[in-house]
Structure formats: C-alpha cells, structure tokens
Design a protein around this ligand. Structure first.
Ligand code: KMH
Ligand code: ZN
Length: 271
C-alpha cells in the first residue's frame, strides 16, 4: 500500500468561532494552524479564506497572503478551495487558481448542502477544469454523491481532466451521500483502478471514515471544515489534534504516513 496522505481541512466556509473557538480565521492564524498540522503529519492543507469579519471570501489577495505565509513556514502542499461558500459565483470561486497552486478542489456536481444548494453545473465543471488545466493545477475531485464520479470521468473523456484522477469522497453532508462504510466502499469500487482517493467524513462520521481510508489503501482528510469535535460532546483543541489522531491510527494499523514530498510523488505533482 502507498504511504498515507493526510489532508487538513482547517477552516471551511460554514464553521463559525461560536461553534469552534479555535477556528483559524486570519492569514496568520491559518498559516500557524497549517504549520502545526504539518508538524503533526499532514502533507496537504485544504484552505478556505476568510475576510476581516470572519466571513468566507474567495478574494485572490487573501489567498495569496495565506499561501505565502504557509510556504514561508513549511513545504506542505497548499490546496485552495474553489468550492468557496454556496453563495459565491463561479468567477469568485475560481480566483485562487490564478495563484497556480499545486492543487485545488473541483466539485463534480450539484447537491443539497444542509439547507442550501451547492451549484456545480456541467458548465461550471468544464470551466473550472479548463482553468486548472491551463494553470497546471492538479484538481482534487470533490465527490458528494455517486453520480459525481461519472461527471469527472466525462471531463476526462473531453480532455479537460488529466488521468490518473485524484478523488475526495466527502461523505456525511446533510442532503448528500451518508458516511457509512458501505457508501465509501461503493464509491471506491466505482473509480478507475489507477485513481487515487481520499475520504473526508463529516461530523461524527470522521473517525470511522478515517479508519476506513487507512485500511482500504486510500488517504484521509480531517479538520474543522468537516468536524469540530474530538469525540461526542468534546470539542477538538486544534486541527493538529485531529491530524495527530490519524497518525496514531495509521501507526497502529501499520500504514506509514507520507511526507509532503512523498505525497507529491504519489499524486504526480511536479515541484
Ligand atoms: N463550502 C462548500 C459549499 C471545496 O472546498 O471545494 C464547498 C466546499 C468544497 O467546501
Ligand atoms: Zn472546502
């Protein structure tokens, strides 16, 4: 089995300081949290930016500041979000791709997202994929429902997505696919054999999905974007604490953890 790539999704667009007092918000806080996650064993940070009031923003300059601050501290892979928040327009969402990061997320279809709708029409997906291709950015395909795998395969068939594809199964969003072992195993069975994949379990599904990811030879995403708790009724102290738990699990289960450069090798990123 490949070494385990751990992604820290530290901020997100939906979580508030009221829900998680240790949520990093400013570029300095996000860079420090990324450095802590790196020291704990993460090789990718999935980044969302916030404005001065703490609201989600896709502003190019804010992402630039965050990326530069993280890269000044460590060589972790910086993966900006192009999902943003549900109310962001496609053009707003695409701004961080102009930074030419090594990776960025690409959501592969529309779904309910709690009380909202997360819009990713065919037109959006093609536009996002084309822009990432043009800028040499490797997409991480966000899959919230089974049919989104086929949407990604169609992009590849049209030459808008290079293979092998890297998928992220985001399971347990209210309104989309649940985070059960059976759901994850079905997703894994449906992707091309040469693909790589990671799993992000939302809320209480995070620990189960992380363990499944380690055992099935996939990779794992944890962090406040997906889950603010350490266990039922107990908030996590930091994003790094959640990464540390995955490292301990991986050690117990005999799966070595990848450094950022090893993750680059596994994902075919050139640096
Ligand atoms: N905040 C969600 C609506 C991504 O980062 O690419 C979308 C999201 C996906 O978080
Ligand atoms: Zn995200």
């Amino acid at each position: 089995m490949e070494k385990l790539i751990i992604t820290a999704a530290m901020v997100g667009a939906e979580v508030t300081k009221e829900q998680q007092p240790n949520l990093p918000i400013t570029p300095d806080e996000i860079a420090e949290a990324a450095y802590e996650c790196y020291k704990a064993g993460a090789s990718i940070v999935h980044v969302h930016a916030r404005d001065k009031d703490g609201n989600p923003t896709q502003d190019f300059e804010v992402y630039k500041e965050i990326k530069e601050k993280i890269e000044a501290k460590c060589n972790i892979i910086v993966q900006p979000s192009t999902g943003g928040a549900v109310w962001h327009s496609a053009d707003e969402r695409l701004q961080p791709v102009d930074l030419k990061p090594e990776m960025a997320t690409l959501s592969a279809g529309t779904c309910n997202f709690g009380p909202d709708v997360f819009m990713n029409s065919e037109e959006y997906m093609e536009k996002f994929a084309a822009k990432m291709l043009e800028n040499g950015v490797k997409p991480e395909i966000e899959v919230f429902e089974r049919g989104m795998i086929d949407n990604a395969l169609r992009l590849a068939k049209k030459g808008l997505l290079k293979t092998p594809i890297h998928f992220d199964f985001v399971l347990g969003i209210p309104g989309a696919c649940p985070g059960t072992p059976e759901d994850l195993m079905h997703m894994v069975r449906c992707i091309p054999a040469d693909s790589t994949w990671t799993v992000a379990g939302i809320g209480r599904t995070q620990l189960t999905m992380s363990t499944m990811g380690i055992l099935l030879g996939g990779h794992v995403r944890v962090g406040f974007e997906d889950n603010v708790y350490y266990k039922k009724g107990e908030l996590a102290k930091s994003n790094a604490q959640l990464v540390e738990r995955v490292v301990r699990l991986a050690n117990e289960l005999g799966r070595p953890v990848a450094t950022p450069d090893e993750a680059r090798e596994i994902l075919g990123l050139k640096k």
